[in-house]
Write a protein that binds this ligand. Structure first.
Ligand SMILES: Cc1cc2nc3c(=O)[nH]c(=O)nc-3n(C[C@H](O)[C@H](O)[C@H](O)COP(=O)(O)O)c2cc1C
Length: 491
């Protein structure tokens, strides 16, 4: 649905303002909304036409700490309800008119610059060659329910439950999937290096597409985050440098999930790297053969590519270590190989510039990741997926001597000609999603909320309620905590 901004003459503005007041519609709604922010200036509205009706929507809220939780406000007001008031013109009501909340409220709505006031979580968008029905993305979530590294019917059910774009995700990113046996680091995670694995994944992609959904596969090499018992021939895991990660992996011992320290890795010889790049290339080709709409390269969270990027885990003295340019070389080669194989329009990448996950750090994440952004810009990727802060924890987590500047990261990317959709993740709810969309994000990825809410899209639309995820069933197990979270009752 196309929306379009209109300019108003003063006369029309006055007329509309009077009519809105007379209808007592916006006033009431305004009151409901404005109690959310600290002041009326914290909130602003946009209103746009949808055929013969108007929708009222909160695009963003500047100050968050208000007297009321957003979800406490009538969800229909928050998420847009079609009303029969019949105004065709697009009106940024609060901005144009400075509408008063009510007689007892004197504050006025602000004029706050936002990039795209019309952008909504629930509208279609094009991501490379993938047409999405909404901007809601299901983030990659490892669930350790793929014995033998094979996708299965239970996984197909789980993804299908979240695939309907009207109620679930516009785009699903699968759980991280090993590109090779060597790339595996956790018990019962799936792979994509064999024909048998390709065939097994087909049941998942078929199920998602049958619901009208879209799905990309996250391609994964864990590097040093592994255990000898998971490696071919019981070998040591591989890494840029022989430095053991201060982290644990998941093993299944006698059918029980056990978190155990990862094994000591060996440093990769430079001559081995082209073989790993080929593993990525083959995995991307396999993902397409399995019916995926594309791939997301996992370059985040302290796994192999991130281990090359970050100074704490890369102490090499060859062409893949030392300078920022050298540390980004492996990522660049992997991306070039995948793009050559399946095309940039079906390729995305996940980055986590400051996460300490799996024991990685860097003193200068800003220039490092801006360099990465400039390398990615000419590749015409479908999307760049950025985890803000510490994955699953503080969004303002800092590495280096100053807070990471995510806007500058994007600017580095766009100034270098990058046009991929910009996807953000970490701790998002509807308010934060609206804020980030208003600041120019294209897609928002939700992780834990999608574990517990197969119909998260529908719940976001109507402002909740939301099921609570059960951490005890995150990793390993059967249907419990996987396919048995309740849906909203059908209307
Ligand atoms: C159970 C679980 C499994 C995860 N598995 C992956 C994964 O396979 N790949 C990945 O990049 N991130 C993984 N993550 C991180 C999530 O994608 C996401 O970044 C994180 O949960 C923060 O988003 P949220 O606040 O919306 O949950 C996982 C997180 C959880 C809780």
């Amino acid at each position: 649905m196309a929306t379009r901004a209109w300019r108003f003459t003063t006369k029309k503005k006055k007329r509309l303002q009077a009519d809105l007041g007379a209808a007592n519609f916006l006033m009431l709604r305004n009151h409901g909304l404005l109690t959310v922010g600290k002041t009326i200036a914290d909130a602003f509205l946009s209103m746009y036409t949808f055929e013969n009706t108007c929708r009222i929507q909160v695009d963003a809220l500047a100050g968050q700490a208000g007297p009321k939780d957003l979800t406490a406000v009538d969800p229909q007001i928050l998420n847009g309800v079609a009303t029969p008031c019949g105004y065709k013109p697009v009106v940024w009501a609060a901005r144009l008119f400075g509408l008063r909340c009510c007689a007892s409220c004197n504050a006025k709505a602000p004029i706050t610059p936002i990039k795209d006031p019309m952008r909504s979580l629930f509208e279609p968008c094009q991501v490379g060659s993938i047409a999405l029905a909404s901007r809601i993305v299901m983030a990659p979530l490892t669930r350790n329910r793929a014995p033998g590294s094979l996708a299965n019917a239970r996984m197909a059910t789980y993804y299908r439950q979240r695939a309907n774009p009207a109620t679930g995700a516009g785009l699903i990113v699968t759980e991280a999937t090993a590109i090779s046996h060597q790339g595996q680091g956790y018990a019962d995670v799936p792979g994509i290096w064999s024909a048998e694995q390709v065939a097994a994944w087909k049941q998942v992609t078929d199920a998602v597409h049958a619901e009208g959904g879209k799905i990309v596969m996250q391609l994964w090499h864990v590097g040093r985050v592994s255990h000898t018992s998971l490696q071919p021939g019981g070998a040591a895991p591989v890494a840029p440098s022989a430095l053991t990660a201060q982290t644990k992996t998941v093993l299944l011992v006698d059918g029980q999930v056990k978190f155990v320290p990862v094994s000591e890795p060996r440093a990769l010889d430079a001559a081995e790297l082209p073989g790993i790049v080929q593993d990525y290339r083959r995995a991307a080709a396999n993902a397409i053969a399995a019916g995926f709409d594309g791939v997301e390269v996992h370059a985040a969270n302290g796994y192999l590519i991130d281990q090359f990027l970050r100074s704490s885990s890369n102490q090499r003295s060859d062409a893949y270590g030392g300078s920022i340019e050298n540390r980004a070389r492996f990522l660049h080669e992997v991306m070039q190989a995948i793009v050559a194989e399946i095309g940039g329009a079906r390729t995305g990448i996940r980055l986590s510039p400051v996460t300490p996950a799996n024991g990685v750090s860097d003193e200068q994440p800003q220039p490092l990741f801006e360099h990465v952004a400039r390398l990615l810009a000419p590749m015409d990727l479908a999307f760049v997926h950025v985890i803000e802060g510490s994955t699953g924890a503080a969004r303002d987590h800092q590495q280096g001597d100053k807070p990471f500047d995510y806007a500058a990261l994007r600017q580095a990317y766009t100034q270098a000609g990058g046009r991929a959709a910009w996807m953000l993740n970490n701790g998002y709810d509807l308010n934060l999603a609206n804020q980030s969309l208003a600041s120019g994000a294209d897609l928002i990825a939700f992780g834990r909320p999608f574990i517990a809410n197969p119909d998260l899209g529908a719940r976001l639309r109507q402002g909740g309620p939301f099921n609570t995820p059960d951490r005890a069933t995150f990793y390993g197990g059967g249907d419990a905590g996987y396919t048995d979270y309740p849906f909203l009752p059908q209307a």
